[in-house]
Design a protein around this ligand. Structure first.
Ligand code: COA
Length: 259
């Protein structure tokens, strides 16, 4: 059986590589299914501390949803595609308790940029190009792009990018706050691994609570401040809190048990 994704593990850091380089890693139904399963499995795996997602080849992270799969869809099927995709992959990643970094190694367009934006943060190579070109196809972004892009870059910039169907380069994405760092292709994975290493030295239980509290601020159904108070309180009941504070007082490096 041919898989559309590859996963590898190294010292608690898992890398998922979307492996459809001949289609610029476009997200078809099968790839979304495989990604959902991989994220689910890695999130359950106690040995996985951070997940990095990238695209195979040097040209693309992901050049969008696979256009050939939905070209003949009806209104109902179109809505179902977006509903299922958001639930299975994009919202799923955003709310994952394991930190997820997008390593944008080339084109991140449409569903590809939406995938990167669903990750907890993004690092790009200087060859990356990003955009939401859906209106050039008579569509709008359907995997959360109309919501997450304004959250990250502001409403005016998001409106312009979406309306023009244009692409921005990595430097502009950096200036917009869409990506946190820009490095050469060769430096991209090493930098992501270095950041992942720093994250994994900290309490992953506390990080899980922090992800939840930050996300709560972008959810109209919950109060972000109240979520923070609850998560803050919960931390006091964890073994990681005991170890973190004890290690500080004993002037040594914490060795978090992860619970
Ligand atoms: N869905 C399906 N197939 C895609 C795809 C997508 N989103 N993006 C690229 N591909 C396929 C192409 O059809 C082509 O396949 P083929 O060789 O079998 O014909 C292959 O990937 C290579 O792409 P190609 O267009 O030849 O590369 P390019 O360097 O000339 O152009 C892009 C690169 C990214 C500018 C161009 O592929 C593109 O515009 N893709 C669509 C982007 C988009 O609109 N995404 C949003 C979708 S909602």
């Amino acid at each position: 059986m041919k898989y559309n994704i590859l996963t590898e593990q190294k010292e608690g850091i898992a890398t998922i590589t979307i492996n459809r380089a001949n289609k610029l890693n476009a997200l078809n139904k099968q790839t979304i299914k495989e990604l959902h399963q991989a994220f689910k499995d890695l999130n359950r795996d106690k040995g996985t501390k951070v997940i990095i997602i990238t695209g195979s080849g040097e040209k693309a992270f992901v050049a969008g949803a696979d256009i050939s799969e939905f070209a003949d869809f009806s209104v109902k099927k179109g809505a179902k595609l977006a509903t299922k995709g958001q639930k299975k992959l994009f919202d799923f990643i955003e709310n994952l308790s394991t930190p997820v970094i997008a390593a944008i190694n080339g084109f991140a367009l449409g569903g590809g940029l939406e995938l990167a934006m669903a990750c907890h943060f993004r690092v790009a190579s200087d060859t990356a190009k990003m955009g939401l070109p859906e209106v050039s196809l008579g569509l709008i972004p359907g995997y959360g792009g109309t919501q997450r892009l304004p959250q990250l870059v502001g409403k005016g910039r998001a409106m312009e990018l979406i309306m023009t169907a244009g692409m921005i380069n990595a430097q502009k994405a950096l200036a917009y706050g869409l990506v946190n760092h820009v490095v050469s292709q060769e430096e991209l994975m090493p930098l992501c691994e270095k950041i992942a290493g720093k994250i994994s030295n900290n309490s992953l239980v506390a990080i899980k609570h922090a992800i939840k509290a930050v996300n709560a601020g972008f959810n109209d159904d919950v109060n972000g401040y109240a979520s923070e108070i609850e998560a803050f309180g919960d931390c006091f009941g964890t073994a990681d809190f005991k170890e973190g504070t004890t290690a500080f007082l004993e002037k040594r490096k914490a060795d978090f048990p992860g619970k």
